[in-house]
Every structure is written in structure tokens, then in C-alpha cells.
Design a protein around this ligand. Structure first.
Ligand SMILES: [Zn+2]
Length: 287
């Protein structure tokens, strides 16, 4: 990339209780009723409009099914709708047959309901494995954005040897293959220390200055940064639930809204004014 740096804003569209781990301790009707996903998403759409940023929104299928107006509003505003999964299961716990079936189901669902041909994918918990790559290609996805090129964090993720900027991905998560038209948009980590940091949990728990430092370093040294967030991180109505760790919901709501605005405004002048979606970038770089 030789132009001004690209900053990509991505959102994993799910409820705070979508994850199976949370559902196992908080699956009650009052918890489900606490959802203010619509309001959080409307805030995000307004915010991105003000900042002239086109976002990429990775949806859990069920959320798209229950909030079709949101999907249509995003498409109308020029944002991209992509896939985060039929369910929020960790891919490492599923058979290739099951994943194959889920990708097929999701593609058919979005095509039928929204006349939308899915192009992008992000694995729940960033749990991508090399076995999933041929399945994504088989189902006509153009790119993935799930590789975290960080130090290995046991039980979570970390592909230390992976490139830190978009790459043509081969038959392994860290393998470049320039013959491949399938792209990987790796998550941003500190360029030198390879520590994650440009996403919701890190942002809220490690603070604004940490995120700003990583974003600035990535934009300056790599010409590329990618940020991710969940809509519920903007929620002001998440109830306290026994058993849910403190860090999960620390500073959600007002703090995150203010800090997000401050973060983007502090780096906005350093990146490409067009700030495209991931598929926009794909289209302009892959012929
Ligand atoms: Zn997720």
C-alpha cells in the first residue's frame, strides 16, 4: 500500500449474551429483555456517518433475522454486511462438515432475505483455523478477517508469524500465496511487540491511550489499522449478572462512546479520507 494509510472500522454484530459462555450463566428472559442493540447500532450509524467512515459489520445470522431493518439501513448507508456466523460457536469445537453446512445456510439466508451476496467472514472468538479456509473459498467468500498476528495467548488466539497487513492467504494462516485471490485482513496488534489491542475488550480494559498508541503505530509503520467493536459495548443497560467477569462489561456505555469518538477524532487526519469497507478495499486491489 503506497497511499495514505487505511483505517478499517469493523463491528461484530451480536448481543452481549450471544456467546455460548455467557448464555450458559445468563440465559434468562430478563437478560434477553435487556437488549438495546437497535439503539446502539443507530448511534454507531450516526457516528460513522459524521466521521465519513464506511464500516464492515459481521453479523450473527439470528441477529440479522431479528433486526432486518438494521441490515437494510447499513446497506443503504454504504456500509458492508458480512458474516460472523450462524451461531457464535468456537470453530475449533465444530467439525468441517458442520462449518460447511453453516456457511451454506448463511449464504442462502442472506441471499434470500436481503438479496445480498456475502463476501466477508470473521470467525467467532477469532477461532479461524486452516481447515476453514478452503470452506470459505468453496462458498465464494472473498476474504476473511479473523487472524490475530499476535504472540500466542493460550486458549484464545495468536498467529505470531502471520503478516500484519492484508495478504493473499494460502493453505495456512501464516502463508502468503500471491496466486490466491482470497484475502486475509489480519487484526491489528502492536507492530513490534505483537500484543493485541485495537478492539473492544482491550479498548475498555486497557484504556484510550493504549488503543491510540497502537492505532498510531500501525497507521505510521504499516499504513494499515483495523479496529473492532461490538454494539453492546455502547450499551447503557447491561445488567449485572453473577458469574460474568468484571472485565467483560467494564466501561461499556457512556465511557466507550466518548472514548471512541475521541480516538477516531485524534487519528482521523492520518488515514485515507475515504475510509472504505473491507470489500471496497478488496475490489480496488484485486482485479
Ligand atoms: Zn463475536
Amino acid at each position: 500500500m503506497t497511499h495514505r494509510p487505511y483505517f478499517f472500522f469493523t463491528v461484530d454484530v451480536e448481543e452481549w449474551f450471544t456467546s455460548a459462555k455467557i448464555l450458559s450463566i445468563a440465559n434468562t428472559s430478563s437478560v434477553q429483555a435487556s437488549s438495546d442493540l437497535e439503539e446502539c447500532m443507530q448511534w454507531l450509524i450516526r457516528f460513522l456517518g459524521e466521521e465519513k467512515i464506511y464500516g464492515t459489520f459481521f453479523f450473527i445470522q439470528d441477529i440479522a433475522d431479528r433486526h432486518p431493518g438494521l441490515v437494510n439501513a447499513l446497506i443503504k448507508e454504504g456500509h458492508e454486511v458480512a458474516l460472523h456466523g450462524v451461531t457464535h460457536d468456537d470453530l475449533r469445537t465444530l467439525t468441517p462438515q458442520k462449518i460447511d453446512e453453516m456457511l451454506k445456510t448463511a449464504r442462502a439466508f442472506f441471499q434470500k432475505k436481503f438479496n445480498l451476496s456475502l463476501k466477508g467472514y470473521r470467525a467467532p472468538y477469532f477461532s479461524i483455523t486452516e481447515k476453514v479456509l478452503p470452506l470459505l473459498r468453496k462458498h465464494d467468500f472473498a476474504y476473511d478477517s479473523s487472524v490475530v498476528p499476535s504472540l500466542r495467548i493460550p486458549g484464545w488466539y495468536g498467529e505470531f508469524g502471520a503478516p500484519q497487513t492484508p495478504y493473499h492467504i494460502g493453505n495456512g494462516l501464516t502463508i502468503r500465496d500471491n496466486q490466491s485471490s482470497f484475502l486475509e485482513f489480519p487484526m491489528s496488534v502492536h507492530p513490534r511487540w505483537r500484543i493485541p489491542g485495537l478492539g473492544g475488550y482491550y479498548f475498555r480494559n486497557l484504556g484510550y491511550h493504549y488503543a491510540r498508541h497502537i492505532a498510531s503505530q500501525c497507521l505510521k509503520n504499516l499504513n494499515y489499522a483495523i479496529f473492532y467493536l461490538h454494539p453492546w459495548e455502547l450499551s447503557i443497560s447491561i445488567p449485572r449478572v453473577r458469574g460474568v467477569p468484571f472485565y467483560m462489561h467494564r466501561r461499556t456505555g457512556v465511557w466507550t462512546r466518548k472514548a471512541l469518538r475521541a480516538l477516531i477524532q485524534s487519528i482521523r487526519h492520518t488515514f485515507n479520507p475515504l475510509s472504505p469497507t473491507l470489500f471496497d478495499y478488496y475490489q480496488s486491489n484485486i482485479s
